[in-house]
Design a protein around this ligand. Structure first.
Ligand SMILES: [Zn+2]
Length: 92
């Protein structure tokens, strides 16, 4: 699906419709020393193996694309959850 890179939409900080620049959200890098990651690694040690089932057969072939909208006036960043798409393309 093609999406314009500049969208006129509501900004909660300006309390008005302003121009936003759109970009695609990407998950950040996971911290290796976060408490959950340390605990998970610890649980895998010793007898008993994997503690929860790993999802191997995915039902969905697409994923939801999240748009990151940045207000051109104040700089407030708003996320917009999108619909399921195989491919999202930003057009000028
Ligand atoms: Zn704004």
């Amino acid at each position: 699906m093609k999406i314009p890179s500049k969208i006129n939409t509501y900004c909660p900080k300006c309390n008005a419709h302003t121009e936003h620049t759109a970009s695609l959200y990407k998950k950040g890098k996971e911290r290796t020393l976060a408490i959950g990651a340390r605990r998970h690694e610890r649980e895998l040690h010793g007898y008993g193996g994997q503690k929860y089932p790993i999802q191997r057969k995915k039902a969905k072939v697409t994923d939801k694309k999240t748009l990151v909208l940045k207000c051109s006036k104040c700089g407030r960043v708003v996320m917009r959850e999108g619909i399921r798409l195989k491919k999202l393309e930003l057009v000028r």
